[in-house]
Design a protein around this ligand. Structure first.
Ligand SMILES: Nc1ncnc2c1ncn2[C@@H]1O[C@H](COP(=O)(O)OP(=O)(O)OP(=O)(O)O)[C@@H](O)[C@H]1O
Length: 236
């Protein structure tokens, strides 16, 4: 068994280039294996920035981000990219689907870039069948499989993005809530399915949002302002 939590952030400090003050200053943030955490904060408070740091897309000027025992800053760029695709499923705010690629191929993308994800997706059935199963579990029928991502509703795109994040059971699932206005009921419904699938796969789940109404479905809720000393120092 792993000795340390899946996510460990310590003494982190991050400032955007050109910015006068730090965006994030976090003494400590940890997530245990299998835990689901709802992190909320108003628009512009640094949620996406934190997710960029957890994904190793951004590196802090100071402090430590360890994921599954790996210090992200100690990995070279290529190794960091590999770590991310092997172990982290991301649902981006704008979904980042490949526009003209069919739904099925969008979902299978992580399996093209990560042998580990492909192997894990193929454990019980073919990766294709696993993609179909995930889409169905998230409420999308087979009629969308060959449809280009551009021809989907926002809600459907969100589900495709979720299936892509879940395929091959990455240990960590990170979701940046879309700003686009899905109504609260549909969003709660989507979230229930996402958590069901993620938890069945044993994933550690971090979901960020400005909408606290969704928090009840998670093991733990945290306000970014509670842990971000930079925000506390500059509170207007
Ligand atoms: N690429 C960038 N370059 C410089 N500053 C940035 C960049 N991205 C974000 N910022 C700044 O960092 C701060 C936090 O932005 P961030 O996108 O992390 O907030 P957020 O909480 O995710 O907001 P939202 O809920 O609207 O997505 C903002 O002041 C923003 O202007």
């Amino acid at each position: 068994m792993r000795e340390e939590p899946v996510v460990v952030v310590e003494d982190l400090r991050f400032r955007w280039p050109q910015a006068a003050t730090p965006c994030l200053q976090i003494a400590s943030l940890t997530m245990q294996a299998g835990e689901s955490l709802f992190l909320h904060g108003p628009s512009g408070s640094g949620k996406s920035t934190l997710l960029g740091l957890l994904g190793g897309v951004l590196l802090p000027q100071q402090g430590s981000v360890r994921m599954l025992g790996h210090e992200l800053a100690a990995l070279r760029g290529h190794a960091r990219d590999r770590f991310r695709v092997d172990h982290v499923g991301f649902i981006f705010q704008q979904f980042n689907l490949i526009p003209h690629l069919p739904v099925l191929d969008n979902v299978l993308l992580p399996c093209r870039f990560s042998r580990r994800r492909l192997q894990r997706a193929s454990r019980q059935r073919s990766a294709r069948d696993e993609a179909v199963r995930l889409l169905a579990a998230l409420g999308l029928g087979t009629e969308v499989l060959q449809r280009p991502a551009t021809r989907l509703s926002v809600g459907q795109q969100q589900r495709v993005a979720a299936a892509r994040a879940l395929i091959g059971s990455p240990e960590i699932l990170i979701a940046d809530e879309p700003t686009s206005a899905l109504d609260a009921e549909r969003q709660a419904d989507f979230l229930r399915l996402l958590l069901q699938e993620g938890q069945a796969a044993g994933a550690t789940i971090l979901f960020v949002s400005h909408d606290r109404r969704l928090a009840a479905q998670f093991d733990r809720e945290l306000g970014l302002a509670q842990i971000n000393l930079a925000a506390q120092g500059s509170a207007a």
